[in-house]
Design a protein around this ligand. Structure first.
Ligand code: GTP
Ligand code: MG
Length: 337
């Protein structure tokens, strides 16, 4: 069977599992669920009653019933640890363009989880995102994934020209370049509501476009500028929490990687020491699976440090941001950082 046949089969297979086809759920309710960002059985099956009731604006009893119906259809079950191991050994990993950075991440940016890149301005967060978008769209024969990317740009810093420039390193023809740009779908988010709506919309795009990477650059900038002052902190954190869980759900349902960026702010209680902390507090800290702290070093060098991961040691490495994108430091510099 050709890949194309496989794709069309799997998409008609996944169509069977959309909210329009849940026995007992009528068209008006299905439309309501879709508007709230729930498109598939899986998305409902892994949602809590509270969340569904709140997002879809339906009563808790109805939400509970819908979740039960979706779960029944999917036959959700437990797995033994050896089965989990097999699932994890097949997990998609996306290259950062630098071998040492990939090694630090255990082989690359992992699917089914959220990777957070945090650091000060010019630490290279956007550059790493652009490179990851390129390696995801790049064909497998050139070391890429050959899949599509959704890029949510909140700061207006997405640059297709920079992706073309980075692509030169892989010796791409003009046709190949165009193919890659067509695989990167960009949404410009102008505020937090817009950012959240784009992610809800993504639930509809992802199954039909073979999207394996979703980038939000930056996750927190709009939240930071819209919610100013102490009195607004609780609202901001609640909304951010829902947004991150919406992303985590997509990563699990569609077996895709999520990469978000985050700035840092001076810690108020620690200003004298010049200490900094990522924005978003405990909500972001606890919800992102792998946190990577990026900082600037001499010239083109950047340092990446794993801060929090369920399976990686706290460690760091040095890489370069060059004309060609994210690259390794050659030989003689390896010992320095
Ligand atoms: P903020 O979004 O402002 O928080 O910063 P960021 O962490 O996203 O920084 P970004 O990834 O935009 O990094 C910008 C830096 O990347 C620039 O200051 C340059 O040092 C470097 N850079 C960007 N393009 C090139 C390039 O073509 N060649 C080289 N050598 N460096 C580049
Ligand atoms: Mg940036």
């Amino acid at each position: 069977m050709s890949d194309k046949d496989k794709d069309s089969n799997s998409s008609s297979e996944s169509e069977k599992f959309t909210v329009d086809n849940i026995p007992g759920v009528g068209p008006a309710m299905a439309a309501k669920l879709r508007r709230a960002g729930f498109y598939t059985f899986e998305s409902l099956a892994i949602t809590s009653v509270n969340e569904l009731s709140e997002y879809a604006e339906i009563g808790e009893r109805t939400a509970s019933r819908i979740i039960e119906l979706a779960r029944r259809q999917l036959d959700l079950q437990f797995q033994t640890a050896d089965e989990v191991l097999v699932t994890r050994s097949n997990i998609l990993k996306i290259s950062t363009g630098s071998e040492s950075f990939d090694t630090l991440l255990g082989g690359g940016v992992e699917a089914r989880s959220i990777t957070e890149l945090f650091g000060e301005f010019r630490s290279g967060k956007t550059q790493v995102c652009l490179q990851l978008a390129l390696t995801t769209a790049l064909s497998e024969s050139k070391g890429g994934v050959g899949a599509s990317v959704l890029y949510i740009d909140t700061e207006g810093t997405f640059r297709p020209e920079r992706i073309i420039q980075m692509g030169q390193r892989y010796g791409l023809s003009e046709d190949e370049q165009n193919e890659i740009l067509k695989k990167i779908i960009v949404g410009r988010a102008h505020n937090t509501d817009h950012q959240i709506a784009l992610v809800a919309e993504a639930g509809q795009l992802i199954p039909s476009k073979n999207i394996k990477l979703l980038i939000v650059d930056s996750l927190t900038s709009h939240f930071r500028s819209e919610y100013v002052g102490r009195g607004t902190l609780v609202d901001r954190q609640q909304k951010l929490n829902r947004h991150i869980h919406q992303l985590l759900r997509l990563s699990e349902i569609y077996d895709m990687a999520i990469v978000v960026t985050n700035q840092v702010a001076a810690k108020i209680d620690n200003l004298v020491g010049g200490s900094i902390a990522p924005i978003g507090g405990h909500i972001v800290a606890h919800s992102c699976t792998t946190r990577v702290y990026l900082r600037k070093s001499k010239a083109d060098r950047r340092i990446a440090r794993i801060i929090d991961s369920p399976h990686l040691p706290e460690n760091e490495t040095v890489f370069l941001v060059t004309k060609g994108g994210i690259e390794d430091i050659k030989g003689e510099y390896l010992e320095e950082s």
